[in-house]
Design a protein around this ligand. Sequence first.
Ligand SMILES: [Ca+2]
Length: 427
Amino acid sequence: MPFRGRLFYKSTDMQKFPLPGHRCAALGFSLVLLWFVSAADAGEGAARAAQPPSILLCLADNWSWPHAGAYGDKAVRTPNLDRAAREGVLFTHAFCASPSGSASRAAMLTGQAPHRLEQGANLYGFLAKTFPVYPELLESAGYTVGMMRKGWGPGDFKAGGRARNPAGPAFRTFPEFFKSVPAGKPFCFWFGSHDPHRPYDRGFAIRSGMKPDLVVVPPCLPDTPEVRSDILDYYVPIQRFDREVGQMLKVLEAAGRLDNTLVVITGDSGWPFPRGNANLYDAGTREPLIVRWPAKVSGGATRDEFINLTDLAPTFLEAAGLRPPPEMTGHSFLGMFTRTPCQCAQGRPRLSSARRPDQGISLRPQPPAGPMARGGPGNVEGSWPLRRLRQFANQGFDPRPPRRPGNGEVVRALLRETSGGRTLRPA
Ligand SMILES: [Ca+2]
């Protein structure tokens, strides 16, 4: 609190004037000084609040939810990520747009779904220069941009007509980049770690004392000592990623730039195990996501909203005070922290796993109540998701009791969601 610091400053002045008359003079002088300093503080605070934030994306390579201490994983130690989550927001339902590196990164950079990106949707393809990417948009707005290690890729960015990686000009280290940022000016940095991508030094984790009994083996994998050891070996580079993120945050903290930096920590695609990377299961697409920005976002929260990593580009642009280009299919989720009720998920289709054999249900959440709402509660009964659910019910699919384990619960949850919290039953 600046106020306490100023009060202490006043006390030291008092010590310089031991006589009573001088004390009054010192007190008067100090009060005037205090007023000036407080006024200056208020001005600085307003200026700080008005300053666009810097943006730091810390991107792991092949990292799955929920492999961080903040999510309750006891086998991996991630104190720096956990601290960022405590001081920021921990998301539980973030998904990459594609479980494949080049496509996922192209989608993150452009804020667009991969199928719109031509060759950009392919591993080892290219991302044509005609697709705007958020680092270039921020650079045009005065940001200093940079990246280190793995940016967009794997692939040949020159084949897309670009002179540099779409993630920005390359630097060897974050401090080297940070030195190039003019004082007080915002920056946008992409830290593309190679961790925890394979290959691993087989058995290294157990040799270094990590505990296989703490590993949670997913039911789709055989629970054997070899699998536990392999999962622990995947945790070793996650811990290295954690340390490197911690070092970057320390650099920002020492420079007084940490709290107005929007820090996002996530991964490009799922872990390198069966059903993981390159597969459309959750293990291939569901990502850890931590957002830390104390200047605007209260810390200590866990959010369950559905986030797609194409949402990052429009979120970064909105944070910088820019309007996302209309071709971005991602949605800024900044409104989640600044507007009530949340409008960030409005219009986003959701694919559910509730299905009759081979039939999926695509659901669109109801618009929120309020001036932005396109329909009130009366609209809910006739909304097409509910009609679709009723069609399923009329076709003989009765979610009570479920024909498949879990389906009934899913349908009931979807009915609750699409009905704005009211309990509705299929016709
Ligand atoms: Ca990857």
